[in-house]
Design a protein around this ligand. Sequence first.
Ligand code: GLC
Length: 515
Amino acid sequence: MQHWLDKAVFYEIYPQSFQDSNGDGTGDIPGIISRLDYIKNLGCDAIWLNPCFLSPFNDAGYDVADYYTVAPRYGSNEDLKNLFTEAHARGIHVLLDLVPGHTSVEHHWFKESMKPEKNKYSSRYIWTDDIWKPVDGLNTLRGISARNGSCILNFFSSQPALNYGFYNVTESWQDTVDSPAACATIEAVKDVMRFWLKAGCDGFRVDMAGSLVKNDPDGLGTIALWKKIRSFLDREFPEAVLISEWGEPDKSLEAGFHMDFLLHFGPSHYNDLFRCENPFFSSEGKGDVYAFVEKYKESRRKAEEGLICIPSGNHDMKRLAHRLSEKDMKTAFVFLLSMPGAPFIYYGDEIGMRYLENLVSVEGGYERTGARTPMQWDDGVNAGFSTAVPDKLYIQQDESKDRPTVASQQNNPDSLFNEVKRLISLRRVHPALQNKSGIDFVYAEKNKYPLAYIRKCPEENLLVVINPSSSRVEFKTEKTGDLISKGILYSTGGEGSIENGIVKIPPCSASIFII
Ligand code: GLC
């Protein structure tokens, strides 16, 4: 089974911006292969690769025109297989990004579907039967072909929704979830999964996983759909890992996903930590972690076996460094790398790459563009990302003189990079810190600092205390009454102490106690 997931630490690669190997200004697969040793050295043993398939790139590749072909700008299918082989040789697993909710308007299924004559793909997408009749609550694409009807959209106007049926059917043009059309779409998605799993990938991060079935307010139709896919995988590819972009672990883990992300949308209060006006992980000390922890505890109660992942960021949100200073990011990473669930590090967050404001949108990025800038490796041309002339780069790079780079941080023992690396290696050797070990919150009070929790497993118990605020803080609770520190396993920004049940912790610091 997927035992590797129990210890996995992921690295998310946005292929456009990681490493360009041929000087065209856009990252590519051979470039990624050339940096696998870096990822391994950081301590990550799994990769999530954003979509790398044929696409007009109106949404950075989330508008797939052919699920079976790698976009030429990234290389060939052979290059992708080679990435799997090279990654596996280093003990690194690779998840591809599966976009099952929609395709690009350029996909041949859609071109066939637009035709007025009935054909195999007429119901692959969701079409109304009268172009003049507005559709309540769903965006549509209209007047684009001789077919009389409007086509339901999933995201941008160039991303028509694939047809998985409606949970509650209210119009004659809506199919049920077990209609032949909905079943045919599921089979088509299984074929895509089969193809890449056979080629050597280790599973998928699934895009917009929670919204496949329409008019499905409680997600029951979509949950049932994923259960079917999961049982197909259990039969044919029992090793394959499925991770959802859903943002509601109680639903997605029930649906058969191994892990769900907490995200900048959804009910998790993820933004309270790093991305709101007063984030918890800020030395300003005005944040509030309470609602996040309460929701997290509730999700864990419901999620049973599955993993809940708190990513450092991703290609859809502003970077950690947007609101957090380097000091803040150090305490944030103690949290990110000591919580249950597999950690996900968005490329460049390990060096605190900045979010660039006000960039002109590239490939449907809009305000996301500033979080997708090319990786900063060293002091060379384009920070070692590409040999292209700077205005050919996929997205403009951070041009500030003091921009963080891998090379400068690797040489500095106090850098964020080295802290992230130390934390990952600590997680590797301490089972209590790993993905499936337990957690017991000790201190997470409304508008108060610090945050404290015990990570536990049969072999050991560790108390993690994190105080991002610039004030020294202390606390005592029923749970700390008889706690005795047997030593500090890790600290950043100063060491805390436990005496007579009182936990004291310096400003902008975190300590992991052996208890
Ligand atoms: C997901 C992706 C995002 C994309 C959208 C539509 O949220 O992460 O980048 O634009 O889905 O596919």
